[in-house]
Design a protein around this ligand. Structure first.
Ligand code: ADP
Length: 448
């Protein structure tokens, strides 16, 4: 096992990884920007090193600086968390090449194969996994896009090859919209992901977003840990996630899990990963693979009892997964609420500031993943998510009741998404589990 692990991240996920390390007897190294000198992840770590100014491009995205710190600190592993460098195959490759340092994640080759969306679509098709109808090569011209519009039928989505979180995705409802949409998808792809390559997919109007958690070791074991439902989205960004999904019956659950396993096995993928699908009218279609730990991994942990981050680290250290597929069962229901420093009454605008209060709920079935406390400054430099509330109960209905209790006792000294979550708990469509990915934007009418 590793002796010392560097976490190339900040916030709750950095602390989450360090907690797993602590239980495995691994020392931890934090890196931090000037804005994060007194941040929670720095306090939690055994050692911490400054890597530059507040803007992520000069600190958390500076891969060379991070590898240098790992070297200096004598760390023998790097865990990237999510966001920042987590899906950067080039950085993973540099870590692999660094003497005495192991990358906690899939190989850089597997990241390239499955992380690039058109590649991933090809691999999945080879493994007999149904994919959203679309192209397996990037498209160049507006004429090409119009031909595809005719072939698949509008609406279609033009999506950035490097995209995610709905960024770099443009929905096109007719020939006349193609020119503008193509240009802005390319522009966003370049601006957010440094890649202006785009491809085309049929746009499904009312799908559920269902994703399968994968764990694979270096000894030929590929497991799926069941699914998460992330259909509650605002502008294609996840807001509330849960496990299991209300959209699957036992048969569909088995076939989607098997499909995910087949696909990642085909790619020679190891470590943790998520295979994302859209589900509509009882059919499922592969959308993309996230080659990293995800924000919402927690709900899977709650219903399977498996510590996914611990297994990521063990797998990276060449250990075997201690389970077979038949050992994995789903027990109860779990829901995750993203607590963002945003004002839902003001178009979800960020609300950075000092936390005059921070008093999270506790009690049976309530888990808080965070890295902040009272008096801390919520910085405007990074993602607005300040905590995750994860609630667990024997049934979905009881989970909703328990969530209501937990959210009522969550006090934060800046505006957050808590009032929004409380409204959702009273929403009939959400309570019935009938919401699709377009539900929120349609019901609050602020889709752009
Ligand atoms: P990520 O899952 O990394 O955020 P995307 O940007 O590809 O990646 O997708 C975000 C969301 O956009 C999905 O969860 C889904 O709601 C929506 N979406 C993406 N592709 C399609 C599609 N072809 N049809 C309908 N909705 C889609």
């Amino acid at each position: 096992m590793f002796g010392k692990l560097l976490v190339a991240n900040r916030g709750e996920i950095a602390v989450r990884v360090m907690q797993a390390c602590e239980e495995l007897g691994i020392e931890t190294v934090a890196v931090y920007s000037d804005a994060d000198r007194s941040a929670g992840h720095v306090a939690y770590a055994d050692e911490a090193y400054n890597i530059g100014p507040a803007p992520a491009s000069q600190s958390y995205l500076d891969g060379d600086a991070i590898i240098e710190v790992a070297d200096r600190a004598g760390a023998d592993a790097i865990h990237p968390g999510y966001g920042f460098l987590a899906e950067n195959a080039e950085f993973a490759g540099k870590v692999e090449a660094a003497e005495g340092i192991t990358w906690v994640g899939p190989s850089s080759d597997a990241m390239t194969t499955l992380g690039e969306k058109t590649n991933a679509r090809r691999v999945m098709q080879e493994a007999d996994v149904p994919v959203v109808p679309g192209t397996t090569e990037p498209v160049e011209s507006a004429d090409e896009v119009r031909e595809l519009g005719d072939e698949f039928g509008y609406p279609i989505a033009i999506k950035a090859e490097g995209g995610g979180g709905g960024r770099g995705m443009k929905i096109v409802r007719g020939d006349e919209e193609v020119d503008d949409a193509l240009e802005s998808a390319k522009r966003e792809g370049e601006a957010y992901f440094g890649n202006d390559s785009v491809y085309v997919e049929k746009y499904l109007e009312e799908p559920k977003h269902v994703e399968v958690q994968i764990l694979a070791d270096h000894h030929n074991t590929v497991l799926h840990l069941g699914e998460r439902d992330c259909s509650l989205q605002r502008r294609h960004q996840k807001v509330i996630e849960e496990a299991p999904s209300t959209a699957l019956d036992a048969e569909l659950r088995d076939s989607i899990g098997d499909a995910a396993r087949r696909g990642v096995r085909e790619a020679g993928y190891t470590n943790a990963g998520t295979v994302e699908f859209l589900v509509e009218d009882g059919e499922f279609y592969f959308m993309e693979v996230n080659t990293r730990i995800q924000v919402e991994h927690t709900v899977t942990e709650e219903v399977t009892g498996i510590d996914i981050v611990r297994e990521q680290i063990r797998v990276a250290a060449d250990e075997e997964l201690p389970y077979a597929q038949d050992d994995i069962g789903i027990d109860g229901h779990a829901i995750e609420f993203r607590i963002n420093a945003e004002n839902p009454a003001n178009g979800f605008a960020p609300t950075p500031g000092t936390l005059s209060t921070y008093d999270p709920p506790s009690g049976l079935g309530v888990r808080i993943d965070d890295a902040i406390s009272r008096g801390d400054e919520v910085s405007g430099d990074y993602d607005s998510m300040i905590a995750k509330l994860i609630v667990r109960a024997p049934t979905r209905e009881r989970c909703l009741e328990r969530s209501k209790r937990a959210l009522r006792h969550f006090d934060v000294g800046v505006e957050t998404t808590i009032p929004f979550h409380r409204l959702m708990l009273a929403d009939e469509t959400f309570r019935a589990g009938e919401h699709t990915t377009s539900y929120l934007d349609e019901s609050v009418g602020d889709d752009d």
